[in-house]
Design a protein around this ligand. Structure first.
Ligand code: HEM
Length: 142
């Protein structure tokens, strides 16, 4: 899965705005994930997942921070996320289906915060970008 130059540019452009709100968007994406798809909570038995929880906030920042690393290394996402790929595949063993759910929640959060930037083209580019991240984080699973 390769992003075109135009798709990469669309991802990078809106990231400039997301980066200023990484904590809020990360937390909101996880809140959406856990409330719309409660089965995903089973991976976090050791977390306090209630609204306003510090653990939820910290984890949301980490997840969006990793996405920021992928944006910065958009031509080498596999290399940028190699350690996370091993963590999710070998240690956490997260079923790949959950990545689609989280990607959907990230897209909803971005769309809700930046409605006028979230054109169909930007939507499509982000969808492809998050699919690329998903394939990198799940490729070692099998
Ligand atoms: C940990 C990113 C998808 C479950 C992490 C960490 C990051 C991260 C940055 C912290 C690693 C560290 O502390 O060294 C991502 C990204 C994802 C993704 C970018 C996809 C866009 C998922 C999904 C699940 C999941 C779909 C399960 C529903 C976990 C768990 C941890 C973790 C259980 C360990 C939490 C802890 O004990 O601190 N992830 N993740 N991740 N992730 Fe993911």
């Amino acid at each position: 899965m390769t992003l075109t130059q135009a798709e990469k540019a669309a991802v990078v452009a809106i990231w400039g705005k997301i980066a200023a709100q990484v904590d809020a968007l990360g937390t909101e994406s996880l809140e959406r994930l856990f409330s719309s798809f409660p089965q995903t909570k089973t991976y976090f038995p050791h977390f306090d997942l209630s609204q306003g929880s510090a653990q939820l906030h910290d984890h949301g920042s980490k997840v969006l921070g990793a996405i920021g690393e992928a944006v910065k290394n958009i031509d080498n996402i596999t290399g940028a996320l190699a350690t996370l790929s091993e963590l999710h595949a070998y240690i956490l063993r997260v079923d790949p289906v959950n990545f689609k759910l989280l990607s959907h929640c990230i897209l909803c959060s971005v769309a809700a915060h930046f409605p006028s930037d979230f054109t169909p083209e930007v939507h499509a580019a982000w969808d492809k970008f998050l699919s690329k991240i998903t394939s990198v984080l799940t490729e070692k699973m099998f």
